[in-house]
Ligand binder design. Structure first.
Ligand code: SF4
Ligand code: NI
Ligand code: NI
Length: 708
């Protein structure tokens, strides 16, 4: 019965797809290009399953023949599930047709196809458990309120929620704030738009997992074991939805539904759950997702899903702005007897007394004490404040140190949120995440302007200056050990980052100090000490110790890794890198693109295309993923001549790194304003124009030795 319904649904979708493709071929011709924007994988699901890149309507038509071979009709569960996969591929074809001619078929609030860069960005939060899972909600809830309650229940847990069909209108009707930044992503109203989240799961396997396109077995194992997704499908479930659900089940994603007619449960895979209020619990259990509970005594929600929330001027109650008035955030190490644990003090007026829409000073000092606390961990803890404060619903934080800005929304204020609650949040989170080094913690919040001025100028700035001096003297030569990081192995099983003072992890989130603190917090965790007692080649940055470590931590997948070369045994990439750098043969240089950049580069490739050249923990000489901060490092491609090789970067990235990069160029080569010599998209996006520009500027790369 169930199996027949899946076959029926699959046949129906297949028929529709054949018609749609035939129509399109008739209208546009077989040579018409087809594909999704901002991806290096053409039709990603079809490519991953078969290993074939479909690029034209004619090839799409051929691909339909291949899909047909998956549609076997033996009355077995696995035949039914494979028909589910075939249904998913048909959905991908139908959706691809919507994008013909560069069309933008989706508009607010719907997203449709999601770019490769979004998947790369998801890498770190998924491995750290910051995003513990991905929910796919499909159809219309019994009532709009039940639907929105379900969405919010996931959002509060940090789960990324994608919406398909009627639920989108229900959420809009109740005024739910949606968007990728608050982890609620409406995909589209047609059921076929569900493929856009399937495509994310499948591309994760290609990007992080080093799964060979066409190796359907490895692909399905990857999504089942490593992508924590599940489906909530509201009744009525027709044959088409059932067939799509079968595809989800084959990928390892359980389907939970309130349907009570004509449905047979498949244990662990297709689960009946009559009450929508129980969907959350049943889904997490079925997918084995554990939620970190953060119980903080504040009147609004606290969840990582609110991290990207933006508070506009018209919605804000008060603002604290370090660029206009004195503000500061600071961690101070104290002796055990100097700190009274969980003491929270507000010095100055509470925000009740501030006029609506007004701007004020704010300083908060977090005192920590613990036997294993080291002053080196102060900046590591402090840098997390941005994240902690942002996770408060209705509160927004940007910047750091004495240059931050915080807004409290009217909604949060009306719910009772006050300055003292910053103390509760900072206390709870610091104790939570740093319990191995922080035994006692107290927070003082200053709203008194004179006190803020004193804290900023007499306490905070001298501390920041001292720390910066320490960072300046932290070089690869000045330390005794490096650290490994294997956090990304959850997605990229053989990837190892070697983190040194002058080369942070490629995700940009793990500096040498972070790695050191992580090691201290969890001695058996992802960051392990790597000694550097047996150098092989100082210029390449190769060490016997490093080789041994990467061999061990990659379970033998890697043998040699150098720290400073892009050509010889370069460091691997997992896929979540902030930037990718690749050789530009005409100028003897390298081009760097960052994840945010959507345009073309002089390599004739976009960021996603460059990024697809490396990843999954394999070494690809000539391409290297790295953090933004690494661009101004004296160790950047040192073996090939260093930062002098950089010939092109997107303008925005160039502006971000300019100050530090220029300083390095000045120190290393005596070049003034080096970034003026580097091309960007406003100058050139093809190699000829770039070389012309570089020649005019006298860029040093042109006269350097060829890299290949
Ligand atoms: Fe992943 Fe490397 Fe960042 Fe660690 S340092 S989280 S392994 S990218
Ligand atoms: Ni917020
Ligand atoms: Ni990663």
């Amino acid at each position: 019965m169930l199996i027949n319904r899946i076959f029926n649904g699959n046949d129906a979708v297949y028929g529709l797809t054949v018609n749609a493709v035939d129509e399109a071929v008739k209208e546009h011709g077989a040579d018409k290009p087809v594909g999704f924007p901002h991806t290096a994988y053409c039709l990603p699901c079809y490519y991953a399953v078969t290993g074939v890149k479909v690029k034209t309507l004619g090839e799409l038509k051929e691909a339909l023949g291949v899909v047909k071979t998956l549609m076997t009709r033996n009355h077995e569960l696995d035949d039914a599930l494979m028909s589910g996969v075939a249904t998913a591929l048909c959905a991908e074809f139908i959706e691809a047709l919507k994008y013909l001619d560069g069309a933008e078929p989706y508009s607010e609030p719907c997203y449709g196809h999601l770019a490769d860069s979004i998947i790369r960005e998801l890498g770190v939060p998924l491995v750290t458990g910051d995003i513990p899972g991905v929910a796919v909600i499909l159809g219309s809830a019994p009532t709009a309120q039940e639907g929105v309650d379900l969405i919010k229940s996931y959002q509060k847990q940090g789960i990324l929620v994608t919406l398909v069909g009627g639920i989108i209108d229900q959420a809009t009707e109740l005024g739910l704030k949606m968007g990728y930044n608050v982890r609620i992503v409406p995909l589209g109203k047609d059921v076929t738009s569900v493929i856009h989240v399937v495509s994310v799961a499948i591309r994760a396997a290609l990007i992080f997992g080093n799964v060979t396109p066409g190796d359907a077995g490895a692909l399905l194992t990857y999504t089942k074991d490593r992508v924590p997704a599940f489906v909530n499908a509201f009744k009525p479930i027709d044959d088409v939805i059932l067939a799509a659900g079968a595809g989800a089940i084959k990928l390892g994603f359980p389907v939970i539904s309130n349907e009570d007619e004509n449905i047979v449960e498949v244990p662990g895979a297709l689960i009946a759950c009559p009450d929508v209020a129980d969907f959350n619990k049943v889904s997490l259990e079925a997918r084995g997702i554990k939620i970190k509970i953060t119980d903080i005594d504040i009147p609004v929600a606290f969840a990582s899903a609110f991290e990207g929330e933006i508070i506009r001027r018209k919605d804000m109650q008060v603002e604290f702005d370090g660029s206009r008035v004195d503000c500061a955030e600071l961690v101070q190490t104290k002796n055990m007897d100097e700190v009274e644990d969980h003491k929270i003090t507000v010095v100055g007026p509470e925000v009740d007394t501030f006029e609506e829409g007004s701007k004020h000073s704010l300083a908060y000092v977090v005192e920590v004490a613990g036997k294993k606390m080291q002053p080196d961990f102060e900046p590591v803890i402090e840098r997390k404040f941005h994240n902690y404060i942002n996770c408060i619903e209705g509160v927004y934080h940007t910047g750091q140190r004495d240059m931050f800005r915080i807004r409290i929304s009217k909604d949060a204020f009306n719910a009772g949120f006050r300055a003292k609650h910053f103390g509760e949040v900072l206390y709870a989170q610091v104790k939570n995440e740093f319990e191995a080094v922080v035994d006692k913690c107290a927070v003082t919040i200053y709203t008194d302007p004179a006190e803020c001025t004193r804290i900023r100028h007499e306490v905070a700035i001298p501390t920041f200056d001292r720390r910066d001096e320490r960072l300046d003297t932290l070089t690869d030569e000045s330390v005794d050990v490096y650290y490994s990081c294997i956090l990304c192995q959850a997605f990229s099983p053989s990837h190892v980052c070697v983190v040194t003072p002058e080369r942070l992890g490629l995700c940009g989130a793990v500096s040498w100090l972070d790695a050191k603190a992580t090691h201290e917090l969890d001695p058996n965790g992802p960051c392990q000490v790597i000694t550097k007692e047996r150098p092989i080649d100082e210029n390449l940055g190769s060490y016997e110790d490093v080789d041994e470590a990467v061999q061990k931590f990659s379970q033998g997948a890697l043998e040699h890794v150098t720290l400073y070369s892009i050509m010889q045994d370069p460091m691997t990439s997992c896929g979540c890198f902030e930037c990718i750098c690749g050789i530009e043969p005409f100028s003897n240089g390298v081009v760097i693109a960052n994840r945010e950049y959507a345009g073309m580069t002089p390599l004739g490739m976009t960021f996603p295309e460059m990024a697809s050249m490396t990843g999954g923990g394999v070494q690809t000489p000539g391409f290297m993923g790295h953090g933004k901060h690494f661009i101004s490092s004296k160790k950047f491609m040192k073996a090939e001549g260093g930062i002098e090789r950089i010939v092109w970067m997107p303008k925005e990235l160039k502006d971000t790194v300019a100050e530090r990069l220029n300083k390095t160029a000045q120190e290393l080569y005596g070049i003034e304003n080096f970034t003026d010599m580097i091309g960007d998209e406003t100058v050139a996006t093809d190699p000829e124009a770039l070389v012309e520009f570089l020649t005019e500027k006298g860029h040093p790369a042109l006269s350097m030795e060829p890299m290949m």
